[in-house]
Design a protein around this ligand. Structure first.
Ligand code: FAD
Length: 135
C-alpha cells in the first residue's frame, strides 16, 4: 500500500543571511530529500523563507520538526498542513527560488518579505510557481 502523502507550508524569519548558509541548506536538501521521498520548493526572501514540503506524511512531519529547530531561521509558523492525493512538485527534490527571480503583484513580496503572508496567499504562490516553471 502506498504511504499517505501530505503537504506542509511554513514561513520563517531568516537569521543567517549568508550565501554559505543557503549553499549548506541546498546541499543537505538535495542529499536527504530523495532518500525520504520529499519534494518541494523553498522560496528565499530578503528576510524570510517560505517553504513548501510534500511527501509521505511521516517523513514530512519528521523533516518539519528538524527544520523548525534549525538556528538559521526563527519564528517558524506553519501556514498549511493537508493530506494530498498527488504532488505539486513531483520532479523537484527541493527547488530553490530566489524572490527576485519571480514576478510579484504585491509590494511586500516584491521586496522579498513573506512574514505577513496569509495561508491562502502562500498556497496560491506555489501553484503559480508550479504553473510558471512547469509551463
Ligand atoms: P546533520 O549532520 O545534522 O547536518 C548536516 C549539515 O548541516 C552539517 O554540515 C551541519 O554542520 C549543517 N547544519 C545543521 N544545522 C545547522 C545550523 N543550525 N547552522 C549551520 N549549519 C548547520 N534539510 C533537509 O533535509 N531537507 C530540506 O528540505 C531542508 N530545508 C531547510 C529549509 C530551511 C529554511 C532551513 C533553515 C533548513 C532546512 N533543512 C533541510 C536543514 C535542516 O534543518 C537540517 O539542518 C538538516 O536536515 C539536518 O540534516 P542531517 O540530520 O542529515 O545532518
Amino acid at each position: 500500500m502506498q504511504a499517505e502523502l501530505k503537504q506542509v507550508i511554513y514561513v520563517s524569519e531568516r537569521t543567517d543571511l549568508s550565501d554559505h548558509s543557503l549553499t549548506n541548506i541546498f546541499d543537505i536538501s538535495h542529499k536527504n530529500n530523495p532518500e525520504k521521498g520529499i519534494t518541494g520548493c523553498l522560496l528565499v526572501g530578503s528576510n524570510s523563507y517560505l517553504q513548501f514540503l510534500e511527501g509521505p506524511s511521516l517523513a514530512v512531519e519528521a523533516l518539519y520538526l528538524k527544520i523548525k529547530v534549525d538556528s538559521r531561521h526563527k519564528n517558524v509558523k506553519k501556514l498549511h498542513d493537508q493530506s494530498i492525493g498527488e504532488r505539486l512538485f513531483s520532479s523537484w527534490s527541493m527547488k530553490f527560488a530566489p524572490f527576485h527571480s519571480l514576478e510579484w503583484s504585491n509590494q511586500d513580496f516584491d521586496s522579498g518579505n513573506f512574514l505577513n503572508i496569509k495561508p491562502e496567499g502562500a498556497v496560491n504562490i506555489f501553484h503559480s510557481i508550479n504553473e510558471v516553471m512547469n509551463g
